[in-house]
Design a protein around this ligand. Structure first.
Ligand SMILES: [Zn+2]
Length: 425
């Protein structure tokens, strides 16, 4: 009986494990790549309802501008919309999109246009402390049929990042006429390349040498800008398909006259990030946690967000880095049998260790243990992990009661040699 019970427990935990470490669904459509890097974003802001209730009786008034370096902008990235189709990371329920726009209104966040965003970044204007920039990638027909009526109703400006091979009105794409109509009601057009290449295509081309690579970049970013400008007027912003970008790509972008380029690295924008690597929150249709994180303007940023530039062939991960040593390290690639996730917090002053929490993408809050002697916060992995990357989010309170957080991401190579026989250390 005991043995049976043990088998049962083992089976249950294996099932839980299998569910948790299932690789992210891989969509064959290249459009699906946009969210891959952002898939592990976690957060712990207050429930939306609380704030909504608090804001219920107060009619929104126009917030005052603050000095430029005090403004924080949450850039939101959306894709596809539907009233009925099953939601995915890439497809959000129209009603949920409306709720999000309503949340922005009730909480007196200022939705700014791309023009205002660029003027603020360049030092030509001030903005309120909490701003939102709405972007919609690819050019899905549902942007016109589902999102546009809502954006128009709220009077929110927005930016369409279009790729020119998906602009015929065929299939689920927008037509140039629909884009022009949206331009007349607050839309700015930005480029999202010509053909929305997979990272694997970029990497393949990179192997052929710097010239061949530069040639492909010139076609994808240059031709796209040219064609979109002919159709819709000046285009000077870019959004990396799939978030994939390399230093060489960033450099070519500047030479093509782009003044801002957007990634899928979540984080608030200040005046100090690199102009061609602007953070952005990709909003998922099947998980509201990223939207919540985007709307949380309370948490002080740990240090300045510094852009280090993605090294060739690597996908961007979270910024800023944690203010303590961690394992696996930010941007490290590990084998599926890595034993544990550890935050070495002994160097952090004034931590109330009873408040430390660890969340891991795909697992939610995990039972991390604090070593009282070393102040290492560690979660031992229950099984091998085959997700392409994991994001870790550690939160804690200081003994004075102030909240802090740190996050980082690392990659898992499913083909790396397995070292351990079983996964418990
Ligand atoms: Zn895209």
């Amino acid at each position: 009986m005991k043995a049976l019970f043990r088998v049962l427990i083992l089976t249950i935990s294996m099932v839980a494990c299998a569910q948790d470490v299932e690789p992210m669904p891989v969509e064959l459509d290249p459009l699906a790549l946009d969210v891959v890097e952002a898939s592990g974003v976690l957060d712990t802001p207050r429930p939306l309802d609380e704030e909504e209730e608090a804001a219920e009786e107060v009619e929104p008034e126009k917030p005052l501008d603050v000095p430029r370096d005090q403004t924080r902008v949450a850039v939101l990235g959306y894709h596809n919309f539907s009233k009925t189709a099953p939601v995915t990371q890439m497809l959000i329920r129209t009603s949920e999109f409306r709720e999000q726009m309503e949340y922005i209104r009730r909480n007196k966040l200022t939705v700014i246009s791309m023009q205002e965003f660029l003027e603020w970044r360049l030092g030509n204007r001030t903005l309120p402390a909490r701003c939102v920039l709405i972007t919609l990638d690819d050019g899905w027909k549902s942007v016109y049929t589902e999102a546009f009526p809502i954006l128009k109703e709220y009077g929110y400006p927005f930016t369409l990042f279009l790729y020119t091979n998906f602009l015929s009105g065929r299939g689920d794409s927008l037509t140039p006429a629909q884009v022009r109509e949206m331009q007349a009601h607050g839309a700015t057009v930005g480029s999202h390349s010509v053909s929305h290449l997979y990272p694997s295509s970029w990497k393949k081309r990179e192997k052929l040498g710097a010239d061949a690579y530069a040639e492909l970049v010139d076609t994808e970013v240059g031709e796209s800008r040219k064609k979109l400008s002919e159709l819709f007027g000046t285009v000077n912003t870019y959004c990396y398909p799939g978030g994939y970008h390399t230093p060489a790509m960033v450099e070519r972008l500047a030479s093509h006259g782009y003044v801002a380029a957007f990634t899928v690295i979540p984080g608030k924008v200040t005046v100090s990030e690199a102009a061609l690597e602007i953070p952005r929150y990709m909003i998922f249709g099947n998980n509201s946690s990223v939207f919540r994180a985007a709307m949380d303007f309370r948490v002080a940023q740990l240090g300045t967000v510094v852009s280090t530039g993605a090294s060739p062939g690597t996908l961007p991960t979270s910024t800023p880095p944690p203010p303590f040593l961690v394992s696996p390290k930010p941007e490290e690639t590990v084998a599926p049998d890595f034993p544990a996730i550890t935050a070495y917090m002994s160097g952090v002053a004034g931590v109330d260790f009873s408040t430390v929490q660890m969340k891991v993408s795909g697992f939610g809050r995990v039972p991390a243990k604090v070593d009282k002697a070393t102040h290492a916060v560690q979660w031992v992995l229950p099984c091998r992990i085959y997700m392409p990357n994991l994001s870790v989010h550690v939160t804690w309170k200081s003994t004075e009661g102030t909240s802090h957080k740190a996050e980082w991401s690392f990659s898992i190579d499913p083909n790396a040699p397995i070292k351990t026989v079983n996964t418990t250390p």
